[in-house]
Design a protein around this ligand. Sequence first.
Ligand SMILES: [Zn+2]
Length: 371
Amino acid sequence: MVLPIFFSQIVGHQTALRLLRRAVATGDVAHAYLFTGMAGVGKHSVAHAFAAALACLTPTPEGEACGECESCRRLIHDAHPEIHTIVPYSEQTLIWQLWDGHNVPREAKAHQVGVIGRTINFAPSFGRRTVYILTRADTLTEAAANSLLKTVEEPPPYAVFLLLAPMPEDVIETIRSRCQWVPLYPVDADTIRQWLTAQHGVEPEVAHRCALLSQGCPGRAWSLATQPQALRVWDALADLAYTVSGAQTPAPALLLAERLRSLATVDISEEGEPSVEAPAKSKNPTRGALLLAMDALCAWFRDALWVACGGDLGGIVYQGDEQRLSRAAENMGVERLMHALDTVLDVRRAVEGNANVQLATEVLMMRLLAL
Ligand SMILES: [Zn+2]
């Protein structure tokens, strides 16, 4: 998906957009912003449109990029030398990505090396501001975070840092306290459904299903709707959750763990985010893909819990799977389903915190089967 240049292209997030538009319109812009929210909720989209408006030479009175000036034209052609996007190298954002230094891997692209150090002392010449988007501020190594801190404390007046992370606590406190916080919350399913149908020509039925499964994240909904295998993977994850529920003959834990890893193939760490350029070294899924797969398991167990509590069937995410959800609800009951949800969330946190992927999935399945 192409990243938006205009706030008007963004799905939902009206409160956040009001704040950002006002900052552009009044010129009262902070040095650093921290955008938080689930993967796929739209952090990168919002930050990109904000960067466009911040750099634009002639923003509209509503605080929107003009779309016509030199800065906007360069951004539209993906050739803006003053809006920098820094993605983690493999699973971390390293100091050589920010400042020149030793230990630069040979396969790193030249533009990735020392981007802040190379550019921060030069005033922008195409746009009004230089913008640095750190797509995963939660992956900054301690050394990188500490050296970034010095710059975020006293940047040149034209530089703005946009940091993206799942949660505020994921960013070290000293940096976080210097950022204006912009939380992005899940977008309602109806808004996502309409956007998929109207903007992307997705069939209404598919759009409805993807909107529900996305749990408020337009980026996920879009990936589900446009990657042909993604919906099948989500269905297979529902099969896996059903097997784990024990409403049919359960399989051994290690086999289920392997199945979970093999299904973790859809990675939408953030819509439109450039892919991480580090070489793939193992057959294990990426952390982002595994987190998404675990979110799908969570959604299924949450649906079963909803059914077990006698909730209205219109409120479930896995529409069409009511029969199996009822069977699981009957078999597990409210308490065990709550434990199942806790267990998945617990292991999910461990995966987020860099736990070994194979071990984490095995522990997850053993704990779920032992409930
Ligand atoms: Zn412009």
